[in-house]
Design a protein around this ligand. Structure first.
Ligand SMILES: N[C@@H](CCC(=O)N[C@@H](CS)C(=O)NCC(=O)O)C(=O)O
Length: 211
């Protein structure tokens, strides 16, 4: 399986899920600026929109969209228990994957990272996100994870919350979320993914500087 990713992007959730499963994959780095892969070929030929993550399955199919990619990994490695069995809890996991993807990832962080957006648009997005963070914090208040055990929804939320470091989002305002983030950071799959992706990110920045 090939996984297309960019360091510290939302695709880090896929790396976390794979490490949770003790699985291996061919990680193919996409330069977010040039859309080039390490071998110099264009990622746009793999996926015309140039978004990560994407998976090329062993059968040759291309799967895109974080929520689908993560569920594919969970399905591919069932022994890792990365998603609940079909039923209400599975639906709740899908609900959280969609929530993270739309309300937090695209509805907030993607806007904060967009250099072309005016400051007041970003301020509005931050304001709107308050209720979203409070909602997630309320859900996680007496829980270790989104569901009864770690799932790919936690992998996705961690990857997204990790962006608070590079944005004005102050996680301390929601102590439940700050605790959740700190706790998950210590998980072996997550600390390994973070360590590796930080190193790749630093190398990517150095390449851009030198170019
Ligand atoms: N709807 C997509 C969005 C993925 C996405 O926005 N990925 C970002 C990285 S976190 C990306 O590839 N951005 C590059 C770009 O916008 O060109 C999904 O859920 O997978």
């Amino acid at each position: 399986m090939d996984i297309y990713f960019s360091p510290l992007a939302c695709s880090m959730a896929s790396r976390i899920a794979l490490y949770e499963a003790g699985a291996t994959a061919c990680f193919r780095e996409v330069d977010p600026k040039t859309k080039l892969l390490e071998d110099g070929s264009s990622y746009l030929e793999v996926y015309a929109l140039g978004l990560v993550p994407a998976i090329r399955t062993e059968q040759g199919d291309l799967i895109t969209e974080n929520a689908a990619v993560l569920q594919y990994i969970a399905e591919r490695y069932p022994d890792a228990d990365l998603q609940p069995v079909p039923g209400l809890e599975r639906t709740q996991m899908q609900q959280w994957l969609c929530f993270i993807g739309t309300e937090l990832h695209k509805g907030l962080f993607a806007l904060l990272f967009d250099r072309k957006l005016p400051a007041d648009t970003k301020a509005q997005a931050l304001q709107k996100a308050e209720s979203r963070f409070a909602y997630v914090a309320e859900h996680l208040a007496f829980r270790e994870f989104f569901l009864s055990r770690f799932s790919v929804a936690d992998a996705y939320l961690f990857a997204v919350l990790n962006w608070h470091i590079a944005t004005p989002v102050d996680l301390k305002r929601w102590p439940v979320l700050a605790d959740y983030y700190a706790r998950l950071k210590e998980r072996p799959s997550i600390s390994r993914a973070l360590r590796e992706e930080h190193a790749l990110y630093a190398a990517e920045q150095a390449r851009h500087k030198a170019a």
